[in-house]
Write a protein that binds this ligand. Structure first.
Ligand code: SF4
Length: 217
C-alpha cells in the first residue's frame, strides 16, 4: 500500500517521516553536500549525482494525468532526488514549465525544495497559488564546511525573502542540524537572520542521518 513504509509515529521516540509524493523530473544535484543521501540513492549510477533531466514531454503527460485523475489534494515534491531549481538555465526552465501545469487547476500543489538562489524565473510568474518553495538552510559554520558548492546561507535567505514578497508560500528546512561546538549560538543566529528577512510558513527540522552506503562514500 501507498504509505506502508512510513507509518504515523505512535511513541514519542518513533521517527516522524511525513508522507509525500515525488514528482521525478530529473536526477542528481550540482551542490555535492558532504552528507547528501543521493550519493547512496545513486550509488549504482555511473554518473553518480551528476544532474540529468527527463524529457519534459513525458513529465507533462504524467503530471496532466495525475492532476486530472487524482481527486484528493496532494503536494508533489520535485526536490527529493534532484534540486528543484537546478534546471533553471536550461532552454525551458523547469520552474516555468511545471508551475504553468499546476496553475491550470486548484487542487494539487507543486513543492520545490532547493539550496539554489536562482529564483529569477519564479519571480517572473504572476500570482502563484499552487506552488510551495522550501529552502534548505543551515548554521553558517556548518554550511561553510559541508555545503561547499551551495550558495551561501545569506544568499539563500535573500532568495527566500524575494519569493515571499512575490506572494509565494515559502518554507524553510534546517536539515541536517549538526552538533558543532557553539551549535546553540550558531543556530540562534540562523533563526534570527531568517526572521529578520521574512516569516516562513513552516520550518522543518532534520537530524543528521544517512544510509551506510552514503556514510561510506
Ligand atoms: S543540495 Fe541536497 S540534493 Fe543537493 S547535494 Fe546538497 S544535500 Fe544533496
Amino acid at each position: 500500500k501507498r504509505f506502508d513504509k512510513t507509518p504515523y509515529p505512535v511513541k514519542p521516540t518513533d521517527v516522524v517521516c511525513p508522507h509525500f509524493l515525488e514528482l521525478k523530473w530529473a536526477y542528481g544535484c550540482p551542490f555535492d553536500c558532504s552528507w547528501c543521501y543521493l550519493k547512496g540513492t545513486f550509488r549504482f549510477r555511473p554518473e553518480g549525482i551528476e544532474p540529468a533531466y527527463k524529457p519534459l514531454k513525458k513529465v507533462k503527460l504524467h503530471v496532466e494525468t495525475f492532476v486530472h485523475e487524482v481527486k484528493t489534494p496532494e503536494i508533489l515534491n520535485t526536490g527529493e532526488i534532484a534540486d528543484s531549481l537546478m534546471g533553471e538555465n536550461e532552454d525551458c526552465p523547469f520552474s516555468k514549465f511545471i508551475v504553468s501545469l499546476f496553475e491550470e487547476q486548484n487542487r494539487h500543489k507543486v513543492l520545490f525544495v532547493t539550496k539554489s538562489t536562482n529564483v529569477r524565473n519564479l519571480l517572473e510568474i504572476a500570482s502563484p497559488r499552487q506552488v510551495i518553495v522550501s529552502f534548505s538552510l543551515n548554521a553558517k559554520p556548518v554550511a561553510e564546511k559541508w555545503e561547499k558548492k551551495a550558495p551561501s546561507v545569506g544568499k539563500r535567505i535573500e532568495a527566500a525573502r524575494k519569493l515571499s514578497e512575490a506572494g509565494y508560500e515559502v518554507r524553510i528546512r534546517i536539515d541536517p542540524m549538526v552538533p558543532i561546538e557553539e551549535w546553540r549560538e550558531s543556530y540562534i543566529e540562523l533563526i534570527d537572520e531568517i526572521f529578520l528577512k521574512s516569516i516562513p510558513e513552516r520550518i522543518t527540522l532534520g537530524s543528521l542521518r544517512g544510509l551506510q552506503s552514503t556514510i561510506n562514500g
